[in-house]
Structures are given as C-alpha cells and as structure tokens.
Design a protein around this ligand. Structure first.
Ligand SMILES: NC(=O)c1ccc[n+]([C@@H]2O[C@H](COP(=O)([O-])OP(=O)(O)OC[C@H]3O[C@@H](n4cnc5c(N)ncnc54)[C@H](O)[C@@H]3O)[C@@H](O)[C@H]2O)c1
Length: 494
C-alpha cells in the first residue's frame, strides 16, 4: 500500500469529523468531501472541539498537525487521497452507489473503507471497481479518542487490504480488531444492541428508569469492562477453576432465560420514557457540556490503563513508542557533524502548553528539552530494549535559562552540544530556538547519570553507547564552550 499522507473522507458528519480530528492530530492531511457545503464549517468546528482532549492524551512529541481541506466534489477527494474512509448515512443503496463512484476515481492502490455500523462488506463492495481493496473499518464515537476499529473483509477483499488498513489505523493510535467473518452488526454493535434491547424491555415493563439502568453498569460491570472485557472477568469470577466453574454454576440460568431476544415495540410511551429518563439524567447539561465531560474522562481512563499496560492503555503505550521513535529518526534530526551542534527536535507550541500570559509555560520548556534528549538517546541506542535490559540515563541536574517567549502554534527547534562523556556521566548543553525568526529563547545545561535500574545505583554505560556519545563529543570539541554553561542562577539587574 502507498504511504498515507492524505486521508480522504466521504461524509463529514459526526463520524467523518471524528476521523478528521484523529488523523490531523497525528500529522496526516485530510481532504473531506460532503454534499452539503455548510459541512465545511461544521467539520472545522468538530476538529476544534476535539482538540483540547486529544491534546492531553499523550505528551509524546507529535509531528506538525495535518492540514484540512474541504470539497463538495467527490472526484477531487478521490483523486487526491491515499486512503479513503466513507462515512455517509447508513443506507445500503446510497453507500453502494457512492462507493462505486469513489472506486472509479481513486487510484487502484488506494484502500477504500466504510465506517458502516452494521452493513456487510460483500454487499457494499458489489459495484466497485477493484473491490479487493475495500473493507469495513468500523470506528466508535468519539473516533478521536476511542482506539477501537473493527476491520471486516467481504468476499472479494484480499488479506493484503486488511493488513495494510490495520497498519494505517495502528499508526494513528488505534486498535485494529480483525473480525474473522462478516456478520450483520460486526462484533461490538451486536453486543451493544443485546444490552440496549434489554434496557428497552426493562424500561418498557416499568422495571427500572434509564438512570437506574445506567447505575447498574456505571458502578459495577462498566468499571471491569474497560480493562478485561466480559469473558476474562467471568473467568476470574469462577474461582480457581475459572471459566469452567463459572459455566457450570451459571450456565443453567442461560436457559431460564433472564433475557429476551426480540426487541420491544418502540411505542410512544416507551420512546417518551427513554427520552424523559435521559433528559432527567442530563439535568440541564447540554450535549456539548456532556461531550466535554466524556472526553475528559476517556483521556484520564486511558492514561490510567497505560500504567498497567492493559487494553486501551497498551495501545496508547505503543503509539507513544512509535511517536518517540519517529521523532528520533525524523528527517530534521541531523547526524553529528564536526563543529556543528546536533539538531535534535522540531516541534510546535501546542495550545495547552500556553499559560495566562499566552506564552509557553515554563515547565513545558523542560518537556521540550526532555523530548530532545530522548531523540539523542535513541540515536545512540538508548531505547526500549536498552531500558528493558535494566540500564538508563537519569537526569541529575538541569538548569534552564529563559531568554524569550513562544506563542501557541509557533514552530520550535532544539540543538544540542555534547560537552563531556565518561563511563557514567553525560554533560549536555541544549539551545531552544523559535522557528519564525531563529531567535534563541532558552538554553538548558543538563547532567545525566548512567544507572543500573535493577540495582538502583549508578553504573557504567554500555561500551557501544559510550563510544557513540564520545564520537559526538569529539565532533563538538571544536565548538566554543557555551558562555552560560556552569552558571549559577544569576541575579536579574534592577
Ligand atoms: N454515529 C455513530 O455513533 C457511528 C458510530 C460508528 C459508525 N457510524 C457509521 O458512520 C456512518 C456515518 O454516520 P454519522 O453518524 O457520521 O452520520 P451523519 O448523519 O452525522 O453524517 C453523514 C454525512 O454524510 C453526508 N452525506 C450524505 N450523502 C452524501 C453523499 N452522497 N456524498 C457525500 N456526503 C454525503 C451528509 O451531508 C452528512 O454530513 C454511518 O454509516 C454510521 O453507521 C456511526
């Protein structure tokens, strides 16, 4: 598959907007197509609304944001995109028609995916040109924060399409779940629908309100599901013999049965009860307000799960590994040259880095210098494998001097001069520049100590890593010593 630099979207409603926000955040350009010209303003608003939560998801260095363009001409989108995601209303004939048209305008190696919640790929690819490059890629709302995407191939889809799509979705921080066989509703919506059907019955029969039913999930199973899902949790509930015991104990109840298969009739009374119930739960809060609350806790949950390397937290961790690795090998990070400091990192001042003065907050300078050092470490081989082997450099001193400001959205870059290396210590001097005018806005002098993390004490660095650092120090030997190095905190003149 071609490298995805531009994501094409067909249909820019709730789901199209979510795809746009996610792709742009991870540096992919987006060309969005919708029949309604007014959707341009809508999608730009949707991307802006997603930004505050997305920006807090990870502190890993991100590439510059992608650019968003909009067209009402499907052909323009199809001809420019490297990957196309369709998100138009859930109507089979409409989707079939539009997907066929997209396929006639896109290059043959462009993958075309549909966000459909329940239609099957074999039906959708029926009239397409080169249907082997089509698949269903079913996301979840909000697409910019939930990592799950279900991938389903149809009769004509080839495995290479599924693999390439999985690679792209992983790149933008998602968990691609390959659904082995196409079934209406894929996997997740079948499960969600079963639960929702029971909710409708319980409300219809006057057994519980919508609020009580939400409580029955929020305070119990909901907390368990995010990390372990239903089956693992039941395995744990069965004691030492796990799932086998669980099935023996509760299996007979499945026959009673507790639940109903048919959904109840959506009578006016039932619809009213559902609507009034959820309105009471919302307690006057607008959808926007509730969305913000939802987005905030979705970010927080993923960060907690990351600590345990479980579920969506594990996905976040691998995304961050990828981002750090990419920052270290980005074309802007230069190899050492005699008499020239290293250019380590190019980044941009993110919206949430800015304080009440509308300038980058002081602690973010530390973050940027830290990210730049991460690039240097990776370049010399201090990476995950090295860390896993129980060795690492720890920061023992850091002196930042502030010389200027940077505003939200401004480009920044960091250079570094290696001052001294011995078997345990690394002494580095970094300079932070503002891209707009190449003005130096901060310096950082840092001392790192090589640590044996298992023994929790200083220990010698690997010989190869030390040799690489010494070679860089050698290239830098001719550079003038930075006048700020070794400086104490100066007293500002009055
Ligand atoms: N909303 C969800 O929670 C959710 C979740 C996962 C998947 N999906 C699926 O995503 C798809 C889109 O759902 P949505 O909720 O974003 O719908 P939506 O109604 O919010 O957006 C659909 C958009 O498609 C546009 N459109 C209609 N016909 C078009 C055409 N011929 N060409 C270009 N644009 C056209 C509309 O103008 C609209 O902007 C559906 O297939 C749905 O099943 C929805």
């Amino acid at each position: 598959m071609r490298k995805v630099k531009i994501l094409g979207l067909l249909g820019t409603g709730v789901i199209g907007g979510g795809w746009a926000a996610r792709a742009l955040h991870f540096g992919i350009d987006v060309i969005a197509a919708d029949v309604k010209p007014e959707m341009e303003e809508w999608i730009r608003g949707a991307v802006a609304n997603a930004e505050p939560a997305l920006a807090r998801l990870t502190m890993a260095p991100l590439p510059p944001k992608g650019k968003l363009s909009f067209t009402t001409d499907l052909k323009v989108m199809a001809q420019r995109a490297d990957f196309i995601q369709e998100n138009i209303p859930e109507q089979l004939p409409l989707k079939q028609r539009m997907l066929a048209e997209v396929s006639r305008n896109a290059a043959a190696d462009v993958i075309i995916a549909s966000s459909t919640s329940g239609l099957t790929p074999t039906d959708l690819q029926r009239d397409m040109l080169a249907p082997e490059r089509f698949l269903v890629a079913h996301p979840f709302n909000p697409v910019y924060l939930l990592p799950l995407v279900e991938l389903v191939g149809g009769e004509k889809t080839v495995q290479g399409t599924i693999d390439a799509a999985a690679k792209f979705f992983t790149y933008i921080g998602m968990h691609a779940l390959h659904v082995r066989r196409e079934v209406p509703g894929h996997l997740t919506d079948r499960l969600q629908e079963a639960l929702w059907r029971e909710i409708l019955h319980l409300v219809n029969d006057g057994v519980a309100t919508t609020g009580e039913l939400d409580e029955s999930i929020i305070y119990g199973p909901g907390l368990r599901w995010a990390a372990m899902g239903t089956n693992m949790i039941y395995h744990l509930a069965g004691g030492e013999s796990g799932m086998r015991h669980m099935l023996a104990q509760f299996g007979p109840c499945l026959k009673w049965p507790w639940t109903k298969l048919e959904a109840p009739e959506l009578t006016e009374t039932l619809v009213d009860r559902m609507v009034e119930g959820t309105q009471a739960q919302a307690a006057g809060r607008s959808i926007r307000e509730l969305e913000r609350l939802r987005d905030d806790y979705l970010v927080a949950i993923q960060q907690v799960l990351r600590q345990y390397n479980i579920g969506a937290g594990a996905t976040l961790r691998s995304l961050e590994e990828r981002l750090y690795k990419d920052a270290a090998t980005s074309h802007n990070a230069t190899p050492a040259e005699p008499g020239k400091p290293l250019r380590l990192l190019d980044t941009v001042v993110r919206t949430e880095w800015v304080d009440y003065n509308r300038h980058m907050s002081d602690f973010r300078y530390g973050q940027v210098f830290g990210d730049a050092m991460d690039v240097l470490f990776r370049q010399v081989g201090v990476d995950e494998a090295y860390r896993d082997s129980g060795r690492m450099y720890y920061t023992v001193e850091n002196h930042i001097k502030h010389l200027g400001e940077a505003k939200s959205g401004e480009l920044l870059y960091v250079t570094a001069q290696v001052l001294k290396v011995d078997d345990k210590r690394l002494h580095v001097f970094q300079r932070l520049y503002r891209g707009r005018d190449d003005k130096q806005i901060a310096t950082a002098e840092q001392m790192y100590l090589h640590v044996d993390t298992k023994a929790a004490k200083a220990g010698p660095a690997d010989a190869k890593i030390r040799a690489k650092l010494e070679s860089i120090a050698g290239q830098h030997a001719g550079l003038p010593a930075p006048p700020e190095a070794g400086r104490r905190v100066g007293r500002a003149s009055h």
